[in-house]
Design a protein around this ligand. Structure first.
Ligand SMILES: [Zn+2]
Length: 304
């Protein structure tokens, strides 16, 4: 069975593994992604996790797949992730190719596109044709499989649901648009909102999630606002695309009911036609390693 080397770079964590042809992640290594503006510090973390995986599993892989936050110049893999200021026009694919690929094929895509492909092939969208994959974490990304096919769009950047408009009077997003989903639902925005509402604890998504579960009103309000915005965006996406399933992963999705209850309530409030309301919304079946599985799926032959 095919074995491929897979890399998943996000604003919060950088992870790697060897992915088998049936989607199993044989070796999984993760490290926090360095914050700040040092491009080489992030690259050093990339080589650390990849070297450790190869150290454990050997180099008998046949291809290399990469998932990374968008946007990016695609398929060249020159990345400028909105949630990673260290990388602007960073030649990630060429760097990985030079060090790890040899003659083997290398492919890259948005990390949420990779998630959508993996969940379509092996997870919540298995046997279904129309899948939205979302990563709600330091940023908010999304990718699409429609009619059983990955959707790239004109420039490879299709699926940026985080930059669709959910609040016309909202703040100006770092992308330049006004009212985007991402500045409401990304982890740092949830934490900032909780602090603005009076939360005196640590200003992180993890701490605010714990605060919300413990009943803190400011934390609950911040997750309610984020969950409702994500639900609204999924309702629009489901109406536009006639989806079977929307898979919502990433660190914020692991906060529990404080995120999911308002998300589902908002979705049902804003979804109308039965083809929209019947879109199933779920966490990744593949679990926390879904991102690495997705990076692998980019270079594994589709058995279907
Ligand atoms: Zn935006």
């Amino acid at each position: 069975m095919s074995l491929v080397l897979a890399l998943d770079v996000g604003g919060t964590k950088t992870a790697a593994g060897i992915v088998r042809g049936d989607g199993e992640v044989l070796s999984y290594v993760r490290e926090p992604t360095p914050q700040g503006t040092d491009a080489e510090a992030v690259w050093d973390t990339v080589t650390d996790v990849l070297d450790r995986v190869i150290g454990e599993e050997g180099d008998a892989y046949t291809a290399v797949g990469i998932g990374c936050g968008g946007p990016m110049l695609w398929p060249q893999g020159v990345v400028s992730p909105g949630n990673m200021p260290a990388w602007r026009d960073f030649p990630l694919l060429d760097r990985v190719r030079a060090r790890y690929a040899g003659d083997r094929p290398v492919a890259i895509h948005n990390d949420a596109v990779a998630l959508a492909v993996a969940e379509h092939r092996w997870g919540a969208g298995r046997g279904r044709g129309h899948v939205l994959g979302m990563v709600v974490s330091t940023g908010v990304g999304a990718g699409l499989v429609l009619g059983g096919r990955r959707i790239d769009g004109k420039t490879g950047n299709a699926g940026h649901l985080g930059h669709t408009i959910v609040d016309p009077d909202g703040e100006v997003c770092r992308c330049g648009a006004r009212g985007c989903l991402e500045p409401i639902a990304r982890g740092p925005a949830i934490a900032a909102h909780a602090v603005a509402q009076g939360w005196a604890g640590e200003q992180t998504g993890v701490a605010v999630a714990a605060g919300a579960r413990a009943g803190d009103a400011a934390c609950i309000a911040a997750f309610d606002r984020a969950g409702r915005a994500v639900g609204r965006a999924i309702a629009s996406a489901a109406a536009l695309l006639d989806l079977d399933v929307a898979v919502v992963g990433g660190g914020i999705s692991q906060a529990g009911d404080v995120f999911w209850t308002p998300l589902r309530a908002s979705f049902h409030e804003h979804a109308g036609y039965p083809f929209v309301t019947s879109c199933r919304i779920t966490e990744p079946v593949l679990g926390p390693t879904a991102g690495v599985a997705g990076a692998g799926a980019l270079v594994l032959p589709d058995p279907a």
